[in-house]
Ligand binder design. Structure first.
Ligand code: CO
Length: 149
């Protein structure tokens, strides 16, 4: 019985690890307006990719809110600027903004959220960025997204 339980548990662990390795990642953010990563590498074999964003701080989202938005590099600043006008009620992302490839909700301290998006149709040689669209955060909270085969 115990052996059987252990076997099940290890099978579960292995399948979770391979999922995590392949086509998903976790990025942390904090009260100091930082992500814990400045680059994300997506395997070119992934059809979809999932980003989980955690806020490890304590401040409420009105004061130190974070999200995770991905666009082409050239679209990042314009999308962030449009997001400021869209306001907190739209998670600082303009509704139906076609330049946005992926975006999570804005979260505050202790919260987490995630987004799953298709990477199949993306041009793997284009330059992409991820950033936080909370007003004033893109200057520090940003990183590169690249694809590896
Ligand atoms: Co932020």
């Amino acid at each position: 019985m115990l052996k059987r339980l252990l076997f099940c548990a290890s099978t579960l662990l292995v399948s979770q690890f391979s999922l995590a390795d392949e086509c998903s990642t976790t990025i942390e953010s904090n009260d100091a307006m930082q992500y814990n990563k400045s680059e994300l590498v997506i395997p070119a074999t992934c059809e979809d990719f999932t980003v989980t964003l955690k806020h490890t701080g304590n401040l409420p989202k009105q004061a130190m809110g974070h999200n995770w938005v991905m666009t082409k590099e050239a679209d990042a600043q314009p999308v962030a600027t449009a997001g400021i006008s869209a306001g907190m009620e739209n998670n600082y992302v303009k509704p139906d903004d076609e330049r946005v490839i992926a975006a999570t909700d804005i979260i505050g301290g202790g919260e987490s959220t995630s987004t799953t998006f298709s990477v199949k149709g993306l041009n793997k040689s284009d330059a992409y960025l991820f950033f936080c669209s909370f007003p004033g955060h893109i200057g520090i909270m940003k990183g590169t997204v690249t694809f590896k085969s």
